[in-house]
Ligand binder design. Structure first.
Ligand code: GLC
Length: 831
């Protein structure tokens, strides 16, 4: 355990190493596979802690490389592994240094989960095997940089055997069609310079376009491309002990069909006691003609070192945009390393490829999801964020609504789950299009780049050639998004639900209304008002102000339920999320969002958030709603397909927790915001893994709620809007460092017992060292601020030149009449 993290129980499966920016797994028998992401969507994927890998190039559904089936037992072969054959004197031994699939006890094992690399170091049979797995930036190849050291007193003859099992490029067909797929899969050896060899593999129709390859930095002693031959005995051999490893060499068979693998036997020769050998193995995909160049490049260890160095530098540059030091080391570890990394991973993979979202057919990059992901990642990577924003805008329709998701390889868009239930008659989600307003506003505030607003983007129109489609500048896209919601309202004047809003699983028939959509619209209106004011478009800003006021009145007139806000109204005007409902009577998002929207007057905001605390808070997080529905009801939809306490049906759906944190900071209740932050911090669960089960170094999407017998169990780790929003809650609202059109707002809302904290923030080319002191033990209220020693009125740091600046901030009780920068309805603010 790292000394900083104050877990008081033994860490059973691993520890945080913050200086190295790693989590180190020390027991390979984790409750479920714990994974890391390498490379990017253009080439990369997931590597688990036992070296298994699911890799793809450009699109996990349409261009899959390895076969990895998460649903089979963790002990199985999953996509990729490494064997060693070690001969000392007359006795030979097969070792699997990643633990699987051999499952023999290792003398030691560590998996360093690093920033875009996985390093597995283990000892067995008198050898130390140290393997770093990563994708060199910009090249379509996974490199496994292997060092083998002989720790024993006698010489060892060592062969290493990397093995991958291929998937057909169409990941769904691989699983669904065992006739066509095996007849098309083929392998072929390609001799390279220096005695090296690449074993190519492709589906027949791609033989000239893009071939997969395995290769190595050293000559290949022999190879195998057919799984049955490798396992032996017509596949009654096993991955645990493949028969082919007992023979003096592999059969050099070039498969013309069947289950293709890529296995290479690499002879490292004899290692004297203490001797070390280094070899790199490669798995890539490229046009056939490019293969020799890629292998040649990384056959040179200096190129491997340089690529690792380059990758580390790019992480350093991304993470250095914000680094904090607070009294809570678990908070710092997440904000400075793991949560920041998860934001970038989530922006890259959306909800497309994880051990839970399998990248097969049904989900591409989501409009709602990616718009939110961008908000957590844009400070660290504004270029990628902007590129994604523009792609999302290209699947917005001219009526302002948006397609639900798109597939990156083809830019084809579809309606997601809505299309699966045609009987509901609704294809559009009522919220999707509104999220992009938040993303663009956040991008402009971060970068100051107004030119994006003028970029001309065509609207989505399936079947119409691009040149013939209507197009409009980005600002107009945003205006149409708002207009779509303004004009699509139900009997109470609240926005229509559509197929669903943020909560995918409440699917009410007919013209049901969504209070969430009203609030998201309200929040988007606030953003557009300030953007328009900043652009000098006073009239447009005023129109949005009026729309905001109108919707606030409707929400407050119809949705206030006494102690909280109702969440939906059916077509017959029956509320859901009301005290009148026996199940699903209170929804968390129905309370946080009226505050985020600036709709809730202060007394209602307080009462609503207190109701959440009293009724929905648990020690592992706030549940999404309660009490859980206890039977399937097609009129309500997917939420009732889960048992009470699971997922959206009363589970702790983590994504909604940071919204409560943000709302609490708007009320000035820093102790509560922090308590909610801390109770879902996965680092807190490091000593509780047998219950939590999933990775302690990233947020899962959900934890089973207190109505479920397995209360506390996490699932669906990595790809969740929790990453972006918890990062925003921590940095923009708890630490309170918020980019705005006029400068950097400093408005912390912290637990009163934090006496100080420090943040280094890069913003628009300058670097700010922000030192916050809290001598009076308050939560919020900036009473004094200096920049480079000069007093500044208010709490906005103006734009400065490209140098380093020191900002000193003192918190204390605000003078009468002074206000924090929170939405109008919550004033007067103060402790
Ligand atoms: C999943 C979806 C997200 C949705 C949430 C709640 O996380 O990816 O789009 O908002 O579930 O239903």
């Amino acid at each position: 355990m790292s000394p900083d993290h104050d877990d008081d129980q033994a860490d059973e499966y691993g520890y945080f190493d913050d200086p190295a920016r790693e989590y180190v797994i020390t027991d390979p028998r984790t409750p479920v596979k714990w994974v890391n992401y390498i490379g990017s969507l253009s080439f990369g994927g997931i590597v688990d802690h036992t070296g298994g890998a699911v890799l793809c190039a450009g699109d996990p559904g349409l261009n899959r490389i390895t076969k990895y089936i998460p649903q089979t037992p963790a002990s199985d072969f999953k996509g990729s592994t490494l064997y060693l054959k070690v001969t000392r004197g007359d006795s030979a031994q097969i070792v699997t240094p990643f633990f699987t699939p051999g499952l023999d006890e290792l003398d030691s094992y560590e998996c360093h989960v690093g920033l875009s690399y996985q390093r597995i170091v283990s000892e067995a049979a008198g050898l130390r095997v140290d393997v770093t797995i990563f994708v060199p930036p910009g090249d379509p190849v996974e490199v496994r940089d292997i060092r083998v050291t002989n720790l024993a007193a006698d010489a060892a003859q060592v062969e290493v055997v990397p093995v991958v099992e291929y998937s057909h490029f169409d990941a769904f067909k691989q699983l669904a069609n065992a006739d066509w797929v095996p007849q098309t899969m083929m392998s072929e050896a390609l001799e390279l310079d220096g005695g090296r060899l690449a074993l190519l593999q492709y589906a027949f129709m791609r033989k000239d376009l893009a071939v997969n390859f395995v290769s190595a930095s050293v000559p290949v002693q022999s190879f195998e491309s057919d799984r049955a031959r490798f396992l032996g005995a017509n596949e009654y051999g096993t991955w645990r002990r493949p028969n082919a490893l007992l023979a003096p060499s592999l059969s050099n068979y070039e498969a013309r069909r069947g289950d293709n693998i890529g296995a290479l036997r690499l002879d490292l020769g004899t290692l004297a006691p203490g001797a070390q050998r280094r070899v790199a193995t490669f798995l890539g995909q490229a046009p056939r003609a490019d293969v020799p160049g890629i292998v040649g490049k990384y056959a040179d260890p200096a190129a491997v070192d340089a690529a690792l160095e380059q990758q580390a530098e790019s992480w350093e540059s991304a993470l250095s945009v914000l680094q904090c030091r607070t009294p809570d080391p678990d908070f710092d570890s997440m904000v400075n390393i793991h949560n920041a990394r998860q934001c970038l991973v989530t922006m890259n993979w959306s909800r497309y490829l994880s051990l839970y979202q399998l990248g097969i057919g049904t989900r591409g990059l989501g409009f709602r999801d990616s718009s939110q992901d961008v908000m957590g990642a844009l400070a660290a990577d504004p270029d990628t964020s902007l590129a994604l924003i523009l792609r999302l805008l290209s699947i917005q329709r001219s009526d302002g609504s948006a397609m639900h998701q798109f597939y990156p390889a083809t830019m084809h868009a579809d309606h997601g789950d809505a299309a699966e239930e045609p009987e509901k008659g609704k294809l559009t989600y009522g919220d999707d299009h509104l999220w992009i307003v938040l993303a663009v506003a956040a991008f402009v505030k971060e970068t100051g780049d107004l030119s994006v607003l003028d970029q001309e983007i065509a609207f989505y129109e399936e079947g119409t050639p691009l040149a013939e489609r209507e197009s409009a500048p980005v600002l107009e896209h945003l205006a149409r998004a708002l207009e779509h919601t303004r004009t699509n309202v139900g009997r109470n004047g609240l926005p229509l639900l559509g197929y669903a809003d943020w909560n995918d699983t409440v699917n009410l028939p007919g013209n049901a209304e969504s209070v969430f959509n009203a609030c998201l619209y309200g929040h988007a209106l606030l953003e557009m008002q300030s953007l328009c004011r900043h652009l000098g478009r006073a009239e447009q800003a005023e129109a949005y102000r009026v729309d905001h006021e109108t919707m606030a009145e409707r929400v407050n007139a119809r949705a206030w339920d006494g102690d909280w806000y109702a969440r939906y109204f059916t077509e017959d005007d029956e509320p859901l999320g009301s005290r009148r409902n026996s199940h699903g009577s209170l929804y968390t998002n129905g309370q946080s969002w009226p505050v985020l929207a600036g709709f809730a007057p202060r007394d209602r905001a307080t009462t609503a958030l207190d109701s959440v605390r009293a009724r929905l808070n648990t020690r592992f997080g706030i549940t999404l709603s309660g009490p859980g529905y206890d039977g399937y009801d097609p009129e309500i939809g997917g939420v009732t397909s889960y048992p009470p306490g699971a997922k959206e049906n009363g589970g702790i759906f983590l994504h909604s927790n940071p919204w409560v944190m943000i709302a609490e900071t708007m009320l000035g209740r820093g102790d509560r915001a922090y308590e909610y932050y801390r109770q879902i911090n996965p680092a807190q669960r490091n000593s509780d893994i047998d219950l939590f089960e999933v990775e302690p170094y990233c947020y899962p999407q959900n934890i089973l709620g207190d109505e479920h017998p397995q209360f506390g169990l996490g699932r669906n780790s990595w790809l969740s809007g929790t990453a972006s929003w918890t990062y925003q809650a921590a940095t923009r609202f708890i630490l309170g460092i918020r980019p705005d059109h006029d400068g950097l707002v400093i408005d912390p809302c912290i637990p009163p017992d934090w006496d100080s904290f420090e943040v280094v923030r890069r913003f628009r080319g300058a670097q700010y060292r922000i030192l916050v002191r809290n001598p009076n033990g308050v939560s919020s209220g900036v009473v004094r601020m200096t920049v480079d020693g000069r007093d500044i009125e208010g709490s906005v740091v103006p734009f400065l030149d490209e140098a380093e600046h020191v900002v000193e901030v003192v918190l204390g009780p605000l003078a009468a009449g002074a206000a924090r920068p929170v939405p109008g309805s919550l004033q007067p603010a103060g402790e």
